[in-house]
Design a protein around this ligand. Structure first.
Ligand code: ZN
Length: 250
């Protein structure tokens, strides 16, 4: 379907990249014939920059856009002396040289158009390759000391929940038939977190879920928490956990 030759494709890739900076109707944001040569490393052929660029893909690109009914993107290449693309541009599309409304509209359409299927593969941003994904993320090694404090408030929270984990409902039963659970301060006590020792900041958890929250494995959704009367959880503490402790799943 696309007969655009290599030089035309190279010029198209350049223009598509340049389109981001183009303001339709403001020819100061367009690009000059000579500048295209410089940026693409093209030699001067045929005496003038304008004639030379035609030989370097401008003609084949302009013909292709006309034949395929694409927006006339070559209109962003201008003679910096006159500030216009020259009569050939308008003539190819059967327009008068002073039809700036049509010209500006073509540039606007060019900005909106998805040129990706017509660009050479090398000009299309690649999805990350397997080797990029496998590269280990730089991460600081942090040693954590888990200090499990059993304050009066912690004991009260655990008793209110009958030692059932608020996340999974599990209760560990010890050999002497007593129940075991751990109290977790959602926003940790002490530096640097400086969480408060209040019931709204404490969860009753099984040891697994306690460790998962401490290590930031688990994101807390308040709807996942089993609740009992007499114990409410502070939403701001949950938010703190999710933003500052939770580290995402690997
Ligand atoms: Zn649990």
């Amino acid at each position: 379907m696309s007969d655009l030759d290599e030089e035309g494709q190279r010029l198209l890739s350049f223009l598509v990249k340049h389109l981001k900076n183009v303001e339709p109707g403001d020819h100061h944001t367009y690009v000059g014939y000579r500048a295209v040569h410089k940026e693409l490393g093209l030699s001067l052929r045929g005496g003038t920059w304008g004639r030379s660029l035609k030989l370097h893909g401008l003609s084949s690109l302009a013909d292709w856009t006309e034949a395929e009914g694409k927006p006339a993107i070559t209109g962003i290449i201008i003679d910096t002396g006159t500030g216009t693309p020259g009569p050939g541009y308008f003539g190819l599309f059967g327009k008068a040289e002073d039809d700036t409304a049509w010209w500006t509209d073509q540039i606007r359409l060019s900005k909106e158009y998805d040129w990706t299927p017509h660009l050479p593969l090398s000009a299309i941003p690649q999805a990350p390759t397997a080797s990029d994904i496998d590269a280990p993320a730089e991460r600081e090694e942090i040693t954590t000391y888990r200090i499990i404090r059993d304050t009066n408030l912690s004991r009260r929270v655990k008793a209110l929940h009958h030692y059932k984990c608020q996340l999974c409902g599990y209760t560990m039963v010890l050999p002497d038939s007593s129940n075991y659970a751990e109290a977790h301060h959602i926003r940790p006590l002490g530096k640097p977190h400086n969480g408060p020792d209040v019931m709204e900041n404490i969860l009753c958890l099984c040891p697994n879920h306690h460790a998962e929250l401490d290590y930031g494995v688990y994101r807390i959704e308040s709807t996942d928490l089993a609740m009992v009367t007499g114990h409410t959880i502070g939403d701001d503490h949950i938010r703190y956990h999710n933003e500052s402790i939770y580290r995402g799943k690997p």
